[in-house]
Design a binder for this molecule. Structure first.
Ligand SMILES: COc1ccc(C(=O)NC2CCC2)cc1-c1cc(C(C)=O)n2cccnc12
Length: 121
């Protein structure tokens, strides 16, 4: 069937949505699903200047704010590093961020991305 213009997603957006879904699977507790709330994380917005979470990344994909894969990967790293900055080592969140960052970057290696590359053509 022919996709209407509104349904036609840019190749980059389709790739980023696929990558985002795979990254979200590595966050089963959904600690990274939504913006961190200062009520549960005292002083968070004083310590973390540039908050980031998966829902914000999804919105940025939908708003075509990512001009490249590297911008997307930078936001993923920012999200994990924020958690390792605010939360002390040994906390459930610091450990979750380290594991997510490690697992996520393994999915974003050129070897893993090359097969998806043809989605960009
Ligand atoms: C969207 O953010 C969250 C959503 C849910 C939860 C959560 O279910 N926490 C329960 C596990 C022990 C309480 C935690 C968080 C959370 C993420 C974070 C991060 C990512 O720093 N955080 C830091 C301090 C306190 N809570 C959190």
């Amino acid at each position: 069937c022919v996709l209407k213009a509104s349904q036609k997603r840019r190749p980059l957006s389709r790739l980023l949505e696929q990558l985002l879904r795979n990254l979200e699977k590595r966050d089963p507790n959904q600690f990274f699903a939504w913006p961190v709330n200062d009520n549960f994380a005292p002083g968070y917005s004083d310590i973390i200047r540039r908050p980031m979470d998966f829902s914000t990344m999804k919105q940025k994909i939908d708003d075509n704010e990512y001009k490249s894969l590297n911008c997307f990967i930078s936001d993923f790293k920012l999200m994990c590093n924020n958690a390792m900055k605010y939360n002390k080592p040994g906390t459930v969140y610091h450990k979750a961020a380290r594991r997510l960052l490690h697992a996520g970057l393994k999915q974003l290696t050129p070897q893993k991305l090359r097969p998806l590359g043809n989605m960009l053509t």
